[in-house]
Design a binder for this molecule. Sequence first.
Ligand code: ZN
Ligand code: FE
Length: 256
Amino acid sequence: MQSIEIHMFPCLRDNYGFLLHDEEAGVTAAVDTPEVQAILEALGEKNWKLTHILNTHHHSDHAGGNIAIKEVTGCKIIGPRADASRIPGIDVLVGEGDEFKLGDHPIKVFDTPGHTRGHIVYHLPEDQVAFVGDTLFAMGCGRLFEGTPTQMWTSLQKLMQWPDETRVYCAHEYTQANARFALSVEPGNKMLSERAREVDALRARDEPTIPTTIGMEKATNPFLRPMSPEIGAAVGAHDVDLTEVFARTRALKDVF
Ligand code: ZN
Ligand code: FE
């Protein structure tokens, strides 16, 4: 099987748009709909016909373009069962444990409540790629708008089960700011300081820092590292469980 083709392009101020394409099967999916014009232009550039939208959550920078794009392309919209009422134009409802195919490519769905109560992520195990919306960012994670720290930490642990090589496409370019916070709670992490330098160099050339990998995030993302003694000390957590370290790290980032 050929790997799925992935086209990534900037949308709005700091979002990314993604198109997934299986040439043989003649299918193309947009992951979320941050910006109608940018997505239609990307489709035109590639000469791909949109067949599906895969929504991660209901926020307008993720599902706001659904109806306009569906009207133009006639595509099918797949989105979170737990949030169906807030996903415009939804046709197919999916959730934890569901698996479907895009062309030849199996896609597994995981519920990842925390950022929103209905957030889902898409994992393509055979292609070793994943689309995680606003659940996981490079060296960061989504704000807890509708969920508890316990829910978000549980969600992030699901992603940590994927193989280290898994390429992770996050929905925003927040990496540079995330690196500054990460360094503030774990300054002794050598891989982190090296990565922060690389990220600065990429951004100075206006290049994306996405995708990242699960292995890289496990090594440098403070929200996947509540077991780090340095982070525990930085957030003042002694003899507390990992969920509490995660909760305090998230709370610190909110006011960083
Ligand atoms: Zn969001
Ligand atoms: Fe977002």
